[in-house]
Design a protein around this ligand. Structure first.
Ligand code: AMP
Length: 117
């Protein structure tokens, strides 16, 4: 894949585009969403590329677990672990996925409506 075909999140991982980092470890990166939909809106991405859940396979189960554990850590760091929060993985066109690189939204800091629009 050429650089021009990379998703924005791969460019962030490569350090080509800045982000407001919340957490980084060997497996994951968490950063503030550029267009926050709640007082806390962070994206957690794996460092190994998976397009979305539909493209994940059995060998990637640890990566998927790491994403969720980082989401939990983000909630603790940003002080919403007790008040509650929502984790969202938009998947494909009808799921509202606009970036083809798996990411988990961590949303909180206010009461969130359900169902989503
Ligand atoms: P989705 O619609 O689930 O694919 O979510 C993609 C998210 O990426 C959206 O909430 C965007 O606001 C967010 N986003 C796009 N570009 C950036 C960026 N450069 N830094 C942080 N978040 C971004």
């Amino acid at each position: 894949m050429s650089a021009s075909q990379q998703t924005i999140f791969e460019k962030i991982l490569a350090g080509e585009i800045p982000c407001k980092k919340v957490w980084e470890d060997e497996h994951t990166l968490a950063f503030h969403d550029i267009s926050p939909q709640a007082p806390v809106h962070v994206l957690v991405i794996p460092k190994t590329k998976i397009i979305n859940v539909s493209h994940a396979n059995e060998t990637q189960s640890e990566i998927l677990g790491r994403v969720l554990l980082t989401a939990k850590r983000v909630a603790e760091i940003l002080g919403i672990a007790t008040s509650g929060y929502r984790l969202v993985l938009n998947n494909g066109k009808d799921g509202g996925q606009t970036v083809d690189y798996l990411h988990c939204h961590v949303l909180g800091g206010r009461s969130l409506g359900w169902p989503p629009g």
